[in-house]
Write a protein that binds this ligand. Structure first.
Ligand SMILES: Nc1ncnc2c1ncn2[C@@H]1O[C@H](COP(=O)(O)OP(=O)(O)O)[C@@H](O)[C@H]1O
Ligand SMILES: [Mg+2]
Length: 260
């Protein structure tokens, strides 16, 4: 489809986020269309998480604009942005370990309702939510573990439960912060399959990742960042062979042989 026919789901205009003298994000521009699966790469400290935090309201932008589905969300609070259809995961696992797997999804789902009290005490609605939460678990192949405690999950399953939680609000856009971090090869392969399924259930996916195999397998478009700025944008092949991208990585860790 031609870009002009596709719906612009997210528009980021000249976004900046400063922490005192640190420019975590500088003059950042990006357009995400319905149907896109975009990868964001960059060395540690490049500003990837800060970008995701600013888009989703966890950080307040210093300047610039974030438009989501034609609404200016730049200074919206976190829960309003979630209600508008943005789901996210975190770089570090954030689960309620003493709760069961399904309860973790139910709790996340509650956050997407304007009236959580009604959600808790209306039995018919509760059952419907339970059903939909099970669907989220099924998407991540975790349905058979629904009643286990979250603490009993393997590392890979715990990371995938995080994604199920982010899907609980049936977001239009899903933002994943290093979903494959710490996963072994088998877990990463499984994750690639899961994300392929998820992309058909949401309008668009933006994922931050260091695993270049995952980036190559999944992303239609890749954005490389360094020092809070976009270095380049294009297909995975174009971006990963871009000299500035290579030197950004090599400048940080010469042993990081992720590009072959
Ligand atoms: N809450 C914060 N307070 C101060 N500095 C921050 C904060 N969050 C991020 N930074 C700084 O912003 C820069 C980008 O960090 P981050 O977005 O976490 O990088 P990445 O996710 O690409 O590894 C770093 O210099 C980091 O120290
Ligand atoms: Mg990060």
């Amino acid at each position: 489809m031609n870009d002009s026919n596709k719906q612009k789901l997210l528009v980021i205009e000249s976004l900046a986020k400063n922490f005192g003298g640190i420019h975590a994000i500088k003059n950042f521009n990006l357009e995400v269309y319905s149907g896109d699966l975009i990868g964001i790469i960059g060395p540690n400290g490049a500003g990837k998480t800060a970008l995701l935090n600013t888009i989703t309201g966890f950080y307040r932008a210093s300047s610039g604009k974030v438009i989501f589905n034609e609404t200016d969300i730049t200074y919206h609070p976190i829960h309003k942005i979630a209600l508008l259809g943005m789901g996210r995961t975190f770089q570090n696992i954030r689960l309620f370990k003493r709760m069961s797997v399904i309860e973790n999804v139910m709790v996340a789902r509650k956050n997407y309702f304007e009236n959580p009290i009604q959600f808790l005490f209306n039995r018919a609605q509760h059952l419907e939510q339970l059903d939909q939460s099970m669907d989220c678990l099924s998407m991540l192949k975790l349905a058979d573990k629904a009643n286990q405690s979250a603490a009993s999950l393997s590392y890979g399953d715990a990371r995938r439960l995080e994604i199920a939680r982010a899907l609980a609000g049936m977001p239009k856009m899903l933002l994943l912060d290093e979903p494959a971090a710490g996963m072994n090869e088998t877990e990463t392969k499984q994750l690639i399959e899961d994300i392929q399924i998820i992309r058909s259930k949401v309008d668009s996916v933006v994922l931050i990742e260091h695993d270049m195999n995952l980036i190559r397998s999944l992303c239609d478009r890749v954005v490389a960042m360094d020092f809070g700025q976009k270095i380049c944008e294009g297909s995975a092949q174009e971006v990963l062979s871009h000299p500035e991208v290579m030197s950004a990585y090599l400048g940080v860790d010469e042993d990081e042989g992720n590009f072959s």
